[in-house]
Write a protein that binds this ligand. Structure first.
Ligand SMILES: Nc1nc2c(c(=O)[nH]1)N[C@H]1C(S)=C(S)[C@@H](COP(=O)(O)O)O[C@H]1N2
Ligand SMILES: [Mo]
Length: 396
């Protein structure tokens, strides 16, 4: 059976469950679709813009270096990114529920614009579901797909936003009209949806439905956002990681980093475009002046915790190595392979007084899993760029 016959079968055979109008609900109307659409538009836009900021951090471009200040900016934007994505889940489901009879209706391709609109909706619905699903799966560290999460999540975001813009363009006027009307006219759009639209029915009212969706969305936010908002940490029942435990995604063992001590021959090298290359033993490092900074560590997955870090300022090491002004640095780990074994520090972040090669976390020597003997920690950087087990700095 071809896909086309199958679609015709489920949507038009009077005995089939998905036949249009089979499930009559007065809630399936344009006005509710418009409200849910507006909410999704806001949530997806916040998600998209904060996602672009995160992408810029992880795929730096030379003409737009991300500043080091405000130090907690990435913590806020990435918290918003994950929270708005999670909050959109019930809204997306509700919107699909409201409009699906129309999605399954037999398309009329008499006008090219109708075909274009329908194709846009395929991108929009498929993209929206993919974005929310892949994002939530990534938080759960679950990768049930063969492709790169980051590339797919990034490119699909553009396609979904394109679909949203086209959809908003097509629906702006009808939605405005639907929102302005107090009682929707029975004969128009509602009839096209195959539903009746009386307001005096026994089930949920439109307002009640919206309130339920809003409450579901708020509840989901409430049980997850504590992974990045300390005051709400006790309620973060559904967050996969508790920031109060200082989560670790990759342990020293997972990264293949064995025991590091004075006897293991560890050195920190500073090389590249420098006047005086450095090779510092653990004793050399201990003799350098230490500084302190209170900085958050913010995983792209949405959890964060703030801590007091102590270590050597990156800019002091660069000065010692006689690096040129506005130097940029590639930071390398003892880890042999793995996507996050290196990171890039732009000149704004390299010059910042709080960008440290940390030796201590909250007054204690780093544990091997937190990056002993030396880990990068800098203001306004995603967790993936806070490289652990640092052994080499290459000045560029
Ligand atoms: N070398 C190396 N550094 C790394 C990683 C890694 O896999 N390898 N993971 C990063 C990620 S994704 C995060 S969120 C932070 C977490 O730091 P923590 O493990 O000390 O909490 O470390 C970062 N540093
Ligand atoms: Mo992370």
């Amino acid at each position: 059976m071809s896909a086309r016959t199958l679609l015709a079968y489920v949507t038009s055979d009077p005995g089939r469950p998905l036949r249009q109008g089979r499930y009559r609900s007065p809630l399936r109307d344009e006005r509710l679709a418009a409200w849910l659409g507006a909410a999704l538009g806001v949530l997806f836009s916040v998600c998209f813009l904060t996602g672009l900021f995160s992408h810029l951090h992880q795929n730096p471009v030379s003409w737009l270096p991300v500043p080091a200040r405000p130090a907690g900016l990435y913590r806020v934007t990435q918290g918003l990114h994950v929270a708005s994505g999670i909050a959109s889940l019930p809204v997306l489901l509700a919107k699909l529920w409201v409009v699906w009879p129309r999605l399954l209706s037999r398309p009329s391709f008499r006008h090219v614009s109708g075909l274009v609109e329908r194709l846009g909706i395929v991108v929009l619905v498929g993209g929206g579901i993919f974005m929310v699903f892949s994002g939530v799966a990534n938080i759960a560290l679950w990768y049930p797909w063969p492709f790169s999460f980051r590339a797919a999540h990034f490119w699909m975001a553009w396609m979904t936003m394109g679909g949203i813009l086209a959809h908003v363009g097509a629906k702006l006027t009808p939605s405005r009209l639907a929102l302005r009307r107090h009682r929707p006219a029975l004969a128009t759009a509602d009839a096209a949806l195959g539903t009746t639209a009386e307001c005096d029915h026994d089930g949920l009212t439109r307002r009640g439905f919206l309130a339920t969706v809003g409450a579901a969305s708020g509840a989901l936010t409430m049980v997850t956002v504590g992974q990045t908002v300390p005051a709400l940490a006790p309620f973060a029942l559904l967050a996969p990681r508790d920031p109060r435990d200082r989560p670790i995604n990759r342990t020293a063992a997972m990264a293949g980093v064995g025991e590091v001590d004075a006897a293991s021959g560890y050195v920190l090298s500073v090389e590249g475009r420098v006047g005086r290359p450095l090779h510092l033993s653990m004793a050399d490092l201990a003799a350098l002046p230490a500084s302190e900074a209170r900085l958050p560590i913010t995983c792209v997955e949405g959890w964060s915790f703030s801590a007091l870090w102590r270590g050597i300022r990156l800019r002091d090491l660069l000065a010692l190595a006689e690096a040129p002004d506005a130097a940029e640095v590639k930071v390398e780990s003892l880890e042999r392979e793995g996507a996050f074994r290196t990171s890039f520090v732009n000149h704004l972040q390299a010059e910042d007084r709080d960008t440290l090669l940390a030796t201590h976390l909250d007054g204690e020597v780093l544990t091997p899993d937190h990056g002993y003997p030396l880990r990068l920690i800098g203001p306004d950087r995603p967790g993936v760029n806070q490289t652990k087990w640092v052994t080499r700095l290459v000045v560029m």
